[in-house]
Design a protein around this ligand. Structure first.
Ligand code: AMP
Length: 416
C-alpha cells in the first residue's frame, strides 16, 4: 500500500469539522477588524525566501523544500507567508490603495523538520499582517485580534510573551555587548551555539540546551539597550496592552528565529502542547519591503499554527459538539421508486434540509438502520403504494409517529 509522505496528514470526518469550526472563527474575527484575505501561490522563486528569512536561519539552511523545475528555475515550497505576502504586496502595488493595508491568510506551508507531535512537514498557518503603519498601535491591533480569536476558539489557558529587539542601531549596540559576553563564555556553550556566535548570535538566547541556558541567564538584557525611539515604541505597546487588559509576560530572551524582525516580537505558548509549545508568533518587520525590492514600508504581523490550535482545543476539550446530523433520510424500495424518491429529495434539499438517500439498493430494514446511524430526525418512506397514490409517508424517528400525506403538501411541512 502506498503511504502518505512522512510529516503530512490526511484530514477527514471529525477532524475536518474541527478545521471548519476554526476557519469560521478566523473569518469572523478578521472581518471584525477589517482584514481581508490574501492568497498567494504555494511556491515562489527561491530568491524570495533567501532574501528575506536570512541565510543563517534553520529554515533556509536545513528546512526548505527547494527544487529545480523543468525550466531550470529554482523553486521553493513556501516555508512561511510573510516573504510571499510582501512580494505580492509590492508586485501588485497594494499599499497604494489604503493608508493601512490589513491582510490575513490561511494555508499550507512546508518545512523539512523532524516530525513529532505538533510538528509536521506540511502544516498550516493562519496569520495577519498590518502594513504601512510604523506606530505601536498597529502592533497592538494585531495582538488584540489574536487575543479575540484565541478567546473565540475557547482557549483560555495560554501564555503571551513579548519582547523588543529595538531598531537597527540599538540592536547593533546590544549585539556587540552580547558578542563580548558570549565569547567570554564560549567554552560553556553547546557546539551549535558556538557556531551561532558568528552566524546568528541572537538565536543563542533562545536555545533550549541546558548549557546555553545557564550561560544566557547572566547575559545582558536587550531591554536595557533600547535607544529612545525603540523604548518609546515598546513603552506605548505595553501601555496599550495594559489599557486593554491583555496580560503579557516580558521575555527579554525572546528573539524569534528569522532575520527580518525589529522592535516588537511576541509568541503564544500553551502547556497543553508538550515540547513544541509555541502556537503562534510574530513581530514587526520594518526593513523587509526594502530587502525584497520595495520602498521602505513598516509592517507588523503574526502567524499561528492551525494544527497546534486544534491540538490545544482538543486537550482542553474546547471543541463544541459538532453538528453534522442528517435532517431527513429518504427510504425507498429500489428502482421502481427511484425517480419519485429523487424528486422528493430534491424538493427537500432546495428547502435547505440535509437529506440522505440509500445508494446501495438495500432492504427497508437496512435503510432504517442507516437512518438511525445518521441521526436523522425523520424518515420519508417511499414504496410502490406511495408512488401509485402520489403520497409520502413521514416517520418521526424520535417519537416513532408516522403519517401518510399527499406529496404536494410536502412544501407546507416544517421538519424540526
Ligand atoms: P514560525 O513561523 O516558525 O514562528 O511559526 C509560527 C507558528 O507556526 C508556530 O508557532 C507553530 O504553531 C506553527 N508551526 C511552525 N512550524 C511548524 C511545523 N513544522 N509543524 C506544525 N506547526 C508549525
Amino acid at each position: 500500500m502506498i503511504q502518505n509522505v512522512r510529516g503530512t496528514k490526511d484530514l477527514f470526518f471529525n477532524d475536518i469539522e474541527k478545521w471548519h469550526f476554526l476557519e469560521e472563527k478566523i473569518k469572523k474575527v478578521t472581518s471584525l477588524f477589517g482584514y481581508s484575505e490574501l492568497r498567494t501561490p504555494i511556491f515562489e522563486k527561491t530568491e524570495v525566501f533567501l532574501r528575506s528569512i536570512g541565510e543563517n536561519t534553520d529554515i533556509v539552511n536545513k528546512e526548505m523544500y527547494t527544487f529545480l523545475d523543468k525550466g531550470g528555475e529554482s523553486i521553493t515550497l513556501r516555508p512561511e507567508m510573510t516573504a510571499s505576502l510582501v512580494r505580492s504586496v509590492i508586485q501588485n502595488n497594494l499599499t497604494q490603495e489604503y493608508s493601512a493595508l490589513r491582510l490575513w491568510y490561511l494555508g499550507p506551508f512546508f518545512r523539512y523538520e523532524r516530525p513529532q507531535k505538533g510538528r509536521l512537514r506540511q502544516f498550516h498557518q493562519f496569520g495577519v499582517e498590518c502594513i504601512s503603519s510604523p506606530h505601536p498601535e498597529s502592533d497592538v491591533e494585531i495582538i488584540q485580534l489574536a487575543y479575540q480569536l484565541i478567546k473565540e476558539i475557547g482557549i483560555d489557558e495560554f501564555i503571551f510573551e513579548i519582547n523588543s529587539l529595538g531598531n537597527e542601531s540599538s540592536r547593533k549596540t546590544y549585539i556587540e555587548t552580547l558578542e563580548i559576553f558570549l565569547n567570554e563564555n564560549k567554552d560553556k556553550l553547546s557546539n551549535e551555539s558556538q557556531n551561532r556566535l558568528s552566524t546568528n548570535i541572537l538565536r543563542v538566547l533562545d536555545s533550549k540546551d541546558e548549557r546555553d541556558k545557564a550561560v544566557v541567564s547572566n547575559a545582558p538584557n536587550i531591554l536595557n539597550y533600547l535607544d529612545d525611539q525603540s523604548k518609546y515604541h515598546f513603552d506605548i505597546v505595553l501601555k496599550l496592552l495594559d489599557n486593554l487588559k491583555i496580560p503579557y509576560r516580558l521575555e527579554p530572551k525572546l528573539v524569534r528565529g528569522l532575520d527580518y524582525y525589529s522592535h516588537t516580537v511576541f509568541e503564544f505558548r500553551s502547556t497543553a502542547l508538550g515540547s513544541q509549545d509555541a502556537f503562534g508568533g510574530g513581530g514587526r518587520y520594518n526593513s523587509l519591503f526594502e530587502q525584497l525590492g520595495g520602498k521602505p514600508t513598516p509592517a507588523v504581523g503574526f502567524a499561528m499554527g492551525v494544527e497546534r490550535l486544534i491540538l490545544i482545543s482538543e486537550q482542553l476539550n474546547k471543541f463544541p459538539k459538532l453538528n453534522n446530523n442528517c435532517d431527513i433520510y429518504v427510504v425507498h424500495s429500489g428502482e421502481s421508486t427511484l425517480e419519485y424518491a429523487n424528486n422528493i429529495s430534491k424538493i427537500l434539499r432546495e428547502k435547505n434540509y440535509m437529506v440522505l438517500m440509500d445508494l446501495q439498493r438495500r432492504s427497508f430494514k437496512a435503510q432504517f438502520r442507516e437512518a438511525d446511524k445518521s441521526n436523522a430526525k425523520y424518515c420519508i418512506i417511499i414504496g410502490e403504494n406511495e408512488v401509485n397514490n402520489n403520497k409520502i409517508t413521514i416517520k418521526n424517528l424520535k417519537s416513532g409517529e408516522q403519517a401518510e400525506i399527499a406529496s404536494n403538501l410536502l412544501n407546507t411541512i416544517k421538519f424540526e
